[in-house]
Design a protein around this ligand. Sequence first.
Ligand code: NAD
Length: 488
Amino acid sequence: MTDQEVLGPIIDGKVVASGSTPKFKAIYPVDGKEICEIYSCGQEQTDAAVRSSEEAFKSWGKTSFGERAAVLEHIARIVEENLEYFAKNETLDTGKGIGESLVQIGNSAKIYRYFASAIRSHEDRYIRYDNGTASVVIREPFGSVGLILPWNAPSMLLSWKLAPALAAGNCAIVKPASVASRAALNMVLRFQEALPPGVLNAVTGSGPDVGNALVKHPGIRKISFTGSTAVGREIGELCGNRLIPATLELGGKSASVIFDDANIERAIQFVMLGSLSSAGQICIAGTRILVQSTIYDSFVEKLKTKFDTLRVGDPMDSDTQMGPVINKNQFDKVMGYIDSGIKDGARLVIGGERLTGGIYDKGYYIAPTLFADVKSDMTIACEEIFGPVLSIMRFDTEEEAVSIANGTEYGLGASVWTKDINRAMRVSQALEAGTVWVNFYLDSPAGSPFGGYKKSGMGREIGKIAIDYYSNIKNINISSSDDVPPIF
Ligand code: NAD
């Protein structure tokens, strides 16, 4: 299977690689080399994508649950049969380790299969009332929905949005981030063999231009956005103004609360996994580590030893555990946070610098960085860094731990580490986060609803409930009587 030489908007199953719109480049984060050129969308192509989608909806919106399930199963097969190809594309776009890409693409296939099964087994509701009437409550698709992706996990997040959107009977228009469009566009192209033309289109280009045009387009009936809190707020305002629903999956600053009775080796392993995956460029990065004072010093030492032995290098090498950050912008942002941690008086335990020599000189590699003695009001403890930087804080009591953990404007995820089941339950309930993991982290199976509290977003993705977020409720009231009633 070969890639398209040139990519661009995908409308009615075909790449629109012509016209006067500017092109942008797909860049490999590891060496800064150009992989391909991508045509951007002008208003004309965005209009065409929406028109094609509206046309396709006339029949796709009427498909049976079984027909949609069959299409989703077909897409799952395409993903499974091209697992390595898609994983390589994901790494070429993002620089994340190939092992991690393989896991994410494998999970995407499971997401498509899950929603095939969820829609096949979907049951509408029948409600009987005391007055002898009844209603049938059904879910109906919105029509054309806009799916806006971030650059950090484009292939997997495409599945999180596309699978429930199609299951609910919508047509989708995908807008990948311009710094990582190629993997998602290639997937959208491969999926065309499973779908009628126009059911899945894509628009390409910058967020403020093309993303904004999609959100404002009168033919778009719902937006699902994953990205930063700042842009999410802007999109939320636009959707509010248009009175269309928006699912917003935004930033995070997730806490791991580690009590002294926890399985420390396991906690450390998951802290590494949860904070250094994709070089820390994940929304759910568990980078605020709260450790009980009684084990604080030994925990920091053990984590430092693990950081020291992490294999940072070529992401195409399956032994590599961490690759570079995506580009200079992200590098500068992360290094700025490291400087602020040092200036604020946090103790730099390990890392803190750009790695150099060999492959490191071509990409933006940041040494895994650990700060200890972090105070909860320091910038590195409060703001999303989106890089391989962890802050370790100290607590004495359960109440103090909860108060520090909740002391951020974000509320995406959290984890609790203890063998005491009562405490695990108490703390999980007290934490302000959309997902709390107890004695593990990160794993988000297709059936588990995912989303944020506070400024981490609105709505939920994946889990059966996601179908509700992609559909309207219609209540059909039925009378079984032929009587002619009096008027008052
Ligand atoms: P971003 O907000 O800069 O961009 C996200 C997407 O929105 C891109 O496709 C971009 O082109 C588009 N966009 C930008 N401005 C727009 C506008 N004005 N109108 C419409 N679209 C616009 O985010 P990013 O830098 O690509 O991704 C990183 C952020 O995403 C982080 O904050 C991270 O936490 C968040 N994220 C959240 C989740 C989650 O599930 N909660 C998952 C992954 C990433």
